[in-house]
Write a protein that binds this ligand. Structure first.
Ligand SMILES: Nc1ncnc2c1ncn2[C@@H]1O[C@H](COP(=O)(O)OP(=O)(O)OP(=O)(O)O)[C@@H](O)[C@H]1O
Length: 246
């Protein structure tokens, strides 16, 4: 299946940033003389506005890679660059959305989305909260409490909170895996719409190979912390992807 490149909607912004990794490695120190697992060495580039899916079995290094990209882990070797600048830790242009929506229960939906916008003028905050809640299909729920939302709505709020900061790269760690199949499919389709509208660069980690192929323009498969396949999804079949992971 071939998919067209994102066509930016009128009035949208091209926000995507470039990520490049050169000889990046991270090993966990386990406290024993024989350390270590983690990820790397990794060499790849994600161009602005690209949608990259990352797959791999449990323990293959997907979360470690996202931790490195989010700036939570510092590579012990190699360099990560964001738009050509060395990444030295968490960066406002990189936003991570995780499997379980990490929302503040004492704030409203709008308050959660607004949280990352402190420092901006109030009117700009209001505009971004409204825009990003509309983008994820929750334009009227700004005043709701988090406990009044379904699991799918909570993930939408997480996505809205991430998008409100106008990230250059959206890092998604199994964002829909806790949801039922129907909700998951709906949110996946919405994610593609948002990507097309915003032109944001996406790194999408998932266990689901079909999902990786359906959503990504390109898929990277990890095994034992290393890249065993990095290819455009157009023309790549599920059996080929499965074979790469065996
Ligand atoms: N805090 C840690 N301390 C020691 N080893 C770790 C730690 N976190 C992960 N590892 C190891 O690093 C390797 C990569 O783990 P990682 O969590 O990145 O894999 P993953 O592909 O995200 O797995 P999953 O799909 O189960 O989340 C595994 O061998 C794992 O056991």
């Amino acid at each position: 299946m071939t998919r067209p490149k994102p066509v930016l909607f009128p009035g949208s912004t091209q926000d995507g940033a470039e990520l490049s990794l050169q000889e990046v490695a991270y090993r966990y120190r386990t406290g024993q003389a024989t350390a270590s697992s983690g990820a790397g060495p990794l060499n790849f580039r994600v161009v602005p506005g690209e949608f990259l899916s990352v797959v791999g079995p449990s323990g293959s290094g997907k979360s470690t890679l996202l931790g490195l990209l989010a700036g939570f882990l510092s590579p012990q070797q190699g360099e990560i660059r964001l738009d050509g600048t060395l990444l030295r830790g968490p960066h406002p242009r990189l936003t991570l959305v995780q499997q379980e929506a990490a929302l503040f229960p004492w704030l409203t939906v709008g308050g959660n989305v607004r949280f990352g916008l402190r420092g901006l003028p109030r009117a700009e905050q209001d505009r971004r909260v409204q825009d990003s809640l509309a983008l994820v299909g929750l334009p009227d729920l700004g005043g709701r409490r988090i406990h009044e939302l379904s699991g799918g709505q909570r993930q939408r709020v997480s996505l809205a909170r991430a998008l409100a900061t106008r990230p250059g790269v959206l890092l998604l760690d199994e964002p829909f895996s806790a949801l039922d199949v129907a909700t998951r499919e709906r949110l996946s389709a919405e994610l593609l719409d948002i990507w097309r509208q915003r032109g944001v660069t996406v790194v999408f980690v998932t266990h689901h190979l079909e999902e990786a192929l359906a959503l990504g323009e390109r898929v990277m498969a990890l095994r034992g912390g290393e890249t065993v396949l990095d290819a455009p999804t157009a023309g790549l079949s599920l059996p080929e992807l499965e074979a790469a992971l065996r």
